[in-house]
Design a protein. Sequence first.
Length: 108
Amino acid sequence: MTLAELKTTLSSISGFSTKVAYRAFPVGKAPKLPFICYLATDTDNFDADNVVYHVIQNVDVELYTAKKSEATESLLERKFAEVGIVWDKSEQYLDDENCYEILYSITL
C-alpha cells in the first residue's frame, strides 16, 4: 500500500471523507474534531548486498478527538483489519490543543 492509497483508505471511513491530511492541515483550515493526520516516519527496508529489495515504510496515523471515543477508534481499527494493516496504539492528551491524540503505528 502506498501513502496515497492509505489516504484513500482513511478517507473512506464514515465521517472522515474530508478530514484526513498528510502531517497537518494548513493553519486555520483544520476541520472540527475528530480528524486524522498521517505521516511517514522512517523505513525498515529489506536489503542485501547494497541493494534495497523491499521498502518497508513506517507510518504514524494520528486520530484527534475532543473526548475519548472507543466507537471512533473502533471505526479506524475495523478499517485497518479490513485492509490487512497491523497496528500498535498509544494515546495522550494534548493540553495545548484540548484534545486526545490516539497514535497508531503501522507499516506499509
